[in-house]
Design a protein around this ligand. Structure first.
Ligand code: URA
Length: 185
């Protein structure tokens, strides 16, 4: 089976997932989207209202900003990036996913990473960074650092929603994304 076919099957299987309580409130679970043989996997926090409705990650305002910023450094989910989230179902009222929900959802993320086998993972925001980069991650201090975790490179940067609230973070995220693009160039 091709990676595309496997991802399609996973998206279907995911709809049956009841690994944690988030399944109760979802419209649909969101596996991810992008290029199946990407060398970069971007990991966000979890679906929001738009993502839950449309079944795709980062399609709301933060997603539009993320797409714009990726384009500025020559990256895009249509060409060279796969995007997913730590949890695949929308937390109620968009609250932070709880540690046990992140843990319950981890097998899905691990399967995606195993299948796509990226060179580098980019965590956007604190939740993903604490799960995949450093449990005590502080974005202003550690964004743009590159570490090796389980045989892969991992970098963490700002969540685009933080940039919407505080546009002064934009140049710092842009610099991180440039570094990311250089790594796979
Ligand atoms: N925020 C996230 O972290 N992920 C999404 O998919 C949408 C918004």
């Amino acid at each position: 089976m091709s990676r595309t076919a496997i991802l399609r099957q996973m998206q279907e299987d995911l709809q049956q997932c009841r690994n944690c309580g988030l399944c109760e409130g979802r419209t649909q679970a969101v596996l991810g989207a992008g290029v199946p043989n990407s060398r970069i996997v971007i990991v966000g926090e979890g679906p929001g209202r738009n993502e839950d409705e449309q079944g795709k990650p980062f399609v709301g305002r933060s997603g539009q900003l993320l797409d714009q910023m990726l384009e500025q450094v020559g990256l895009s989910r249509n060409r060279n990036v796969f995007i997913t989230n730590i949890v695949k179902c929308r937390p109620p009222e968009n609250r932070d996913p709880m540690p046990e929900e992140c843990l319950a959802c981890r097998p899905w993320l691990d399967k995606i990473l195993e299948l796509i086998d990226p060179k580098i993972i980019l965590c956007v925001g604190r939740i993903a960074a604490q799960q995949l980069f450093d449990p005590s991650f502080r974005v202003t201090r550690q964004h743009g650092e590159i570490r090796e975790r389980d045989g892969r490179l991992v970098m963490a940067t700002f969540h685009p929603a933080a940039l919407l609230r505080n546009p002064s973070y934009k140049p710092m995220m842009e610099e991180d994304l440039r570094k990311l693009a250089e790594i796979i160039a």
